[in-house]
Design a protein around this ligand. Structure first.
Ligand code: SF4
Ligand code: SF4
Length: 151
């Protein structure tokens, strides 16, 4: 079983169709708080990168009769820094005039990073392990959770 998306093969047909439907108007990037605050992320670029990768895969299949591994994937176009900059606010989805969701692609790629590659910043790994063991992001036992009332 695979989690998330490393390449276009792992994305839903809706996300693939979205990539070809994008008008490149840029309304998503204008509304994106990460983009507005100078982060690397541009949801418009996410759609264009997905389409570029789709085009490369299509040419590969046409030339070889089937897909031959080219040593590349979606992460050859979209960087980890871009993916981590997303706040999942959904503004790009709400602003898009043709109902495209750059967020779906970002989430699937982040899912693959974390669940397939264990690729997360050290601080996140600490939080994940606390949630697993203590059922909360903090590093203390759930039995001590109400102790603050006594203080
Ligand atoms: S969901 Fe992510 S990409 Fe979309 S507007 Fe919000 S921060 Fe930007
Ligand atoms: S708002 Fe929609 S159509 Fe416009 S660039 Fe963004 S994803 Fe593409």
């Amino acid at each position: 079983m695979k989690f998330g998306a490393k390449d276009v093969f792992d994305l839903s047909w809706k996300s693939l169709l979205d990539a070809y439907s994008c008008t490149e108007c840029g309304r998503c990037s204008t509304a994106c708080p990460a983009n507005q605050t100078g982060k690397l992320l541009s949801p418009r670029k996410i759609m264009m990168d997905t389409r570029d990768r789709l085009e490369a895969v299509g040419k590969n299949i046409k030339a070889n009769g089937e897909f031959k591994d080219d040593g590349k994937n979606l992460l050859s176009h979209i960087t980890v820094e871009e993916l981590r900059a997303c706040t999942t606010c959904n503004a790009c989805v709400e602003e898009c005039p043709v109902s495209i969701s750059p967020l779906d692609i970002i989430l699937e790629m982040r899912r693959a990073l974390i669940m397939e590659d264990s690729n997360a910043p050290q601080e996140w790994n600490g939080m994940f392990s606390n949630i697993e063991n203590n059922f909360a992001p903090w590093k203390f036992s759930p039995e001590d959770r109400a102790d603050w009332v006594k203080g």
